[in-house]
Design a protein around this ligand. Structure first.
Ligand code: ZN
Length: 92
């Protein structure tokens, strides 16, 4: 089956990729999803900033990837450590 119009979108598959920085305890879980029948990607509908942050959740520009900072229970975060991040500001 192809095309969104004919598919009832009843079964979904999610993928979680974990990004990490060498020698750092904090990780980032990047979550995407799609309909298992027609492969249409899911779009996250939440009011989050677009970009990458190691301190708060963000979305990709197309809202198809939810990015969550995560930590293994018991690990501690070095708040002084510099980590790559960026944000995208929408201009209307
Ligand atoms: Zn579908």
């Amino acid at each position: 089956m192809s095309g969104s119009a004919q598919c009832p979108h009843l079964d979904f598959q999610f993928n979680v990729k974990v990004a990490r920085i060498e020698d750092d305890t904090i990780k980032q879980a990047d979550i995407t999803g799609k309909c298992m029948n027609c492969d249409q990607p899911l779009v996250f509908r939440c009011d989050l900033p677009m970009g990458v942050s190691w301190t708060h959740p963000t979305l990709s520009v197309d809202a198809q990837e939810l990015r969550l900072p995560v930590l293994v229970l018991g690990d501690e975060v070095d708040e002084k450590k510099k980590r790559p991040s960026f944000s995208v500001r929408e201009i209307r």
